[in-house]
Design a protein around this ligand. Structure first.
Ligand code: NDP
Length: 340
């Protein structure tokens, strides 16, 4: 059983060398007396929140989950196939997604957290992204937190990524005008040609983010779906419309910094009476069944396009994860490790 394990807790920017591949024994069956599910992992998801778990948090204040244990397989969402089960709701052959190990086989001792895959006619890998946790994040964050109205001016950062690409397309379905920012010209082109964004800009080549927003959203922003925080959030605050909403989903620009960026334009929240709400997708898993049906329908009807960045083999997982923090991924980053 090959595993990706953390070698040391990380401060600052993580590197591939912080992780290593080890080989352990493979369970063939769920051990007697245990209610559990043994799964063969097919796709591992690379998600920015894993960065938080790579650090040591003595105060427990910054992340609501435990730190990764040195030497154990790292843990994240993934897609797998049940090969043995002593849980009444699962049988061998079931295709599932949920919390699993970064390893070839995982004994899941809390099978209640697994979801059966209901649309196996779509690519199973979609359950790491558009039909999995990032898709639900986009759906819940946009519909429940940002609460769009037809005609709203929407701005999305990290707009071509796993969450961003879904938010942009949901915003178009809701009848909004949507602008995205991303970190390369290739991604900007994807935003406009593949995901239907009305306009987009490359924040790395703009000298003045505020001017870029003014150019693309001359009448201001009703909804800012924030995936990055930092300077982009600062610029967006200046352009919020009166009564606008900021759905704070993530702040990836800050995760590796030892000195966080100091946001200067918070005063705009008062003058423009902006509603700012942070959220965690964990709050919204009760919406999953409704979301899965709705999103699978959009994909099948061609209303939502999907771009994935798939690397092969468990050995590729550490580099793929690190690549998220420099924008190497084009679309949802995942690792294919076995065939169903
Ligand atoms: P993505 O697929 O968007 O990948 C991460 C992207 O972030 C990169 O491709 C890169 O895109 C961008 N990025 C990396 N470093 C920086 C930086 N320093 N400044 C600006 N952009 C940067 O990831 P996800 O869609 O999975 O996640 C997007 C955000 O949503 C993250 O902040 C994540 O933590 C958050 N999230 C929050 C959840 C919640 O429950 N609140 C759940 C899931 C995700 P580019 O090339 O465009 O810069």
């Amino acid at each position: 059983n090959k595993k990706v394990v953390l070698r040391r807790h990380v401060t600052g920017f993580p590197t591939e060398d912080d992780m290593e591949i080890t080989v352990g024994t493979t369970e063939q069956r769920v051990p007697a007396g245990l209610t559990a599910v043994l799964i063969k992992n097919l796709y591992l998801s690379c998600d920015p929140w894993m960065r938080g778990r790579m650090s040591k948090h003595d105060d427990g204040a910054t992340v609501p989950v435990s730190d990764f244990v040195i030497g154990d397989a790292m843990v994240n969402f993934g897609v797998g196939k049940v090969i043995d089960s002593t849980h009444p709701e699962f049988i061998a052959g079931d295709l599932v997604w949920g919390m699993s190990g970064w390893e070839e086989y995982t004994l899941v001792t809390q099978p209640e957290s697994l979801h059966k895959i209901n649309h196996a006619d779509l690519p199973l890998s979609y359950y790491t992204g558009v039909l999995g946790m990032p898709g639900l994040t986009a759906y819940a964050g946009f519909t429940q937190v940002a609460r769009p109205n037809k005609g709203d001016f929407v701005f999305v950062s990290a707009a071509s990524g796993a969450v961003g690409q879904v938010v942009g397309q949901l915003a178009k379905i809701a009848g909004c005008y949507v602008v995205g920012s991303a970190g390369s010209d290739e991604k900007v082109s994807l935003l406009k040609t593949k995901f239907g964004y009305d306009d987009a800009f490359n924040y790395k080549s703009e000298t003045d983010l505020s001017a870029a927003l003014k150019r693309c959203l001359r009448d201001g922003i009703d909804i800012y779906f924030d995936n990055v925080g930092g300077a982009t959030l600062d610029a967006a605050l200046l352009h919020m419309r009166h009564g606008g909403r900021v759905a704070v989903c993530g702040m990836i620009s800050q995760y590796n910094l030892e000195e966080p960026y100091g946001v200067r334009n918070l005063y705009c929240i008062i003058g423009k009476t902006i509603w700012v709400e942070g959220f965690n997708v964990g709050r919204f898993f009760h919406l999953y069944p409704r979301f899965e049906e709705e999103m699978a329908g959009y994909i099948k009807d061609g209303k939502v396009a999907v771009v994935e960045d798939v690397v092969e083999g468990i050995e590729s997982a550490p580099a793929a994860l690190i690549g998220l923090f420099s924008g190497k991924n084009v679309g949802k980053q995942l690792v294919a490790i076995a065939r169903a």
